[in-house]
Design a protein. Structure first.
Length: 185
């Protein structure tokens, strides 16, 4: 069944905080971040922290992307890298191969001639999605874009037509959370 409007999540926004050791047992949004050659540890830490806020299933670290316990990650993740699951891969294509066998669909976030506006993306509530983000300067490798089920682009109005990669992650993850149903990993 395909939903044509956002699904309301029944997440509780109380003052009861989830303890780090209980994260793994929580309902998770069946979404993973795939980081391809992200050069800034501060950005990587921001991905972990944003992923924690939405209780995502994990983070895949590819290529030159640094991994915990890198000091810049620890600075911005504020502890999220201690409990959000993560794996290291030689390349994004290796990560994609593993994720496809786990039932994930692949979405690249990139400005591309084949991209679809984020506003048009309406994932099915029971789907699992891997969201791929690329290098801060070069973006996602074209060969990685070729492996995607969809390429998403965030509409922008400014002069630079660019934004920080971890900010993009928050925007796309918010969109995903409006449609995809949390489940136990």
């Amino acid at each position: 069944m395909i939903y044509t409007k956002p699904v309301s999540l029944s997440l509780s926004y109380s003052t009861n905080k989830v303890r780090s050791e209980d994260y793994i047992n929580q309902l998770h949004l069946p979404v993973v971040f795939v980081l391809e050659d992200i050069r800034s540890g501060n950005n990587v830490g921001s991905f972990f922290r944003t992923g924690d806020a939405f209780c995502i299933s994990g983070v895949e670290l590819c290529g030159i992307t640094c991994h915990p316990p890198h000091r810049d990650i620890l600075k911005t993740a504020l502890g999220a890298s201690d409990h959000v699951p993560w794996r290291v891969h030689e390349s994004a294509s290796e990560a994609i191969s593993a994720l496809r066998t786990e039932g994930f669909k692949i979405a690249v976030v990139e400005q591309d001639s084949k991209s679809v506006s984020l506003q048009e993306w309406k994932p099915d509530r029971d789907e699992k999605w891997a969201l791929i983000f690329g290098n801060e300067v070069r973006g996602v490798n074209p060969s990685t874009c070729d492996l995607a089920d969809i390429i998403l682009e965030i509409p922008q109005l400014g002069v630079k037509n660019s934004m920080n990669v971890s900010v993009c992650a928050g925007i796309v993850l918010w969109r995903a959370s409006q449609y995809i149903r949390p489940s136990f990993s």
